[in-house]
Design a protein around this ligand. Structure first.
Ligand code: IMP
Ligand code: MG
Length: 173
């Protein structure tokens, strides 16, 4: 059984930070070809809210990845849905839900850099630095959280709780 233990970040706190981040993106990428990319499924709500706070022209794309247990430290992420654009023409901003071990984003950024985007920036809603297994830092992290399993605002536990408007710590019993 999975239960909600406590609210960690309220909808209002999220909204305030998302607005601030939208202003930052709008300022930094005005007059530049901007492609915002999010990683499905967890980042779908973050992307939906963030891109609506961006007031400059931008395009949106999605990627999906499957993590699997591999013995090779660099080979644990498989792309199951890829960006259908030539990213060498864009300043790419990745909007991710959470950085945990760091494996997903360290692999994705490695793959995307090989495609020579004009620039690449990583913005994560949540960061759990205590859980890092490979060194990876986002350019911007909206919230740093303790080592707890969290759900809501797109994040799931066994596909449940993505629809919560806030971030909650969950207790698995
Ligand atoms: P990584 O360990 O940094 O590669 O993170 C991989 C993915 O695990 C994230 O993109 C999330 O989808 C998922 N994840 C990590 N921590 C949590 C959590 O606390 N709740 C829900 N999903 C999580
Ligand atoms: Mg994710």
């Amino acid at each position: 059984m999975v239960n909600i233990k406590r609210t960690l970040i309220t909808a209002e706190e999220i909204s305030e930070k998302v607005k601030e981040t939208g202003r930052y993106i709008s300022e930094k990428y005005k007059d530049k070809p901007l492609l915002m990319v999010s990683i499905l499924n967890g980042a779908f709500i973050f992307m939906a809210d963030l891109c609506r706070e961006v007031t400059v022209p931008c395009e949106i794309a999605f990627m999906a990845v499957k993590s699997y247990d591999g013995t090779r430290s660099t080979g644990n992420v498989e792309i199951t849905r890829d960006i259908d654009k030539d990213i060498s023409k864009y300043n790419v901003v990745i909007a991710e839900d959470i950085i945990d071990s760091g494996r997903t984003l360290s692999e994705i950024t490695k793959i995307l850099k090989e495609r020579s985007p004009l620039s690449l920036e990583v913005i994560t809603l949540l960061d759990k630095p205590a859980r890092r297994e490979v060194p990876f830092e986002a350019d911007i992290s909206l919230f740093t959280i303790p080592d707890a399993f969290v759900v809501g605002y797109g994040l799931d536990c066994n596909e449940q709780f993505r629809n919560l408007c806030y971030i909650a710590e969950c207790a698995i019993e």
